[in-house]
Design a protein around this ligand. Structure first.
Ligand code: SF4
Ligand code: SF4
Ligand code: SF4
Length: 285
């Protein structure tokens, strides 16, 4: 078979079908997950876990926020028997909400960068606070706080799993998570465009400069080469940028968990989708 015929075969509708089936199955599984994006399952969020289950690469018992009821739902979709929750991923507990001791907060913004659903309000060097109705209890903000001023407060009494979390809350959390990811991509692109324009202006200014000596001319050439190389690196980086929601589905030691937000002023915050959560995360199980 020639390369071109092989290419044609690989793109045939028949071959595309398994991918479509797999994606549809992942969609159905993802819809059953609580959407806290807590990463306790060992994946970088609910979607990668759903995709791994759809591929048959992960069991249905890795999501503590969904608890036993969540496992039953996933098992039914997968057509397998429910398993007990894997204690390696945590235990089923009442849902908690983060609370910041504002008297201790130093306004470092690390918690905002870690919050996947934009439930923290604040700006650099200012006191931060949690929007309780938006907090999913994922506890991803706890470990990064340098002054230990974030506590997870249980708010659902004895209720756990899906008894402590509604489909409406899950849907809202997913919407905020996706909106945050989109915003971070947009901010990164805007920042890159701003830097590219700055570099191009600097390059043009150097080109306009007249050298008064050979040594100065050589120095200008060196500067131009450095700037041109930086512009080229930025261009290549943009080209290689992953599309939105292309997070790997492999288990992670450190959640990227990261998707910062919505409300308030997040203009100073970097994309925490690349922000690792330390492995010693002080998370309640
Ligand atoms: S453990 Fe957390 S990230 Fe994983 S599926 Fe459950 S809610 Fe989503
Ligand atoms: S990161 Fe903190 S504030 Fe944000 S949802 Fe998780 S627990 Fe709540
Ligand atoms: S991480 Fe802690 S100290 Fe930093 S802004 Fe958040 S609550 Fe304040």
């Amino acid at each position: 078979m020639t390369a071109s015929s092989a290419d044609t075969a690989s793109a045939s509708p028949a071959d595309a079908r398994p991918d479509a089936d797999l994606a549809a199955r992942a969609d159905r599984l993802e819809a059953l997950l609580p959407q806290t994006q807590c990463t306790k399952c060992g994946f970088q969020g609910c979607r990668p876990y759903a995709e791994a289950m759809a591929r048959g690469e992960a069991d249905c018992n890795r999501c503590p926020p969904g608890g036993a009821e969540g496992i039953r739902r996933l098992a039914a979709e997968l057509g397998v028997a429910p398993l007990p929750l894997d204690p390696g991923h945590g235990t089923e507990q009442p849902r908690a909400v983060a609370r910041i001791d504002e008297t201790l907060c130093i306004g470092c913004t690390l918690c905002i960068q870690a919050c996947p659903v934009d439930a923290i309000v604040g700006a650099a060097k200012q006191m931060h606070t949690v929007l309780p109705d938006w907090c999913t209890g994922c506890d991803l903000c706890v470990a990064p706080c340098p002054v230990d001023c974030i506590a997870m407060i249980p708010v659902t009494g004895e209720r756990t799993g899906w008894d402590a979390w509604s489909q409406q809350q899950a849907d809202a959390a997913r919407d905020r998570y996706l909106a945050r990811k989109q915003r971070l991509v947009r901010e990164r692109e805007e920042n890159e465009a701003r830097l590219a324009a700055k570099a191009a202006a600097k390059l043009e200014a150097l080109r306009q400069e007249a050298a008064s000596s050979e040594a100065e001319r050589q120095a200008q050439e060196r500067k131009k080469a450095i700037i041109q190389a930086a512009i080229e690196r930025a261009r290549q980086k943009r080209q290689a940028a992953q599309p939105l929601n292309a997070a790997p589905a492999d288990p992670v030691d450190r959640p990227d968990a990261a998707p910062a937000a919505a409300g308030p002023d997040h203009s100073d915050h970097s994309d925490h989708s690349d922000h690792p959560v330390p492995s010693d995360t002080k998370r309640p199980q």
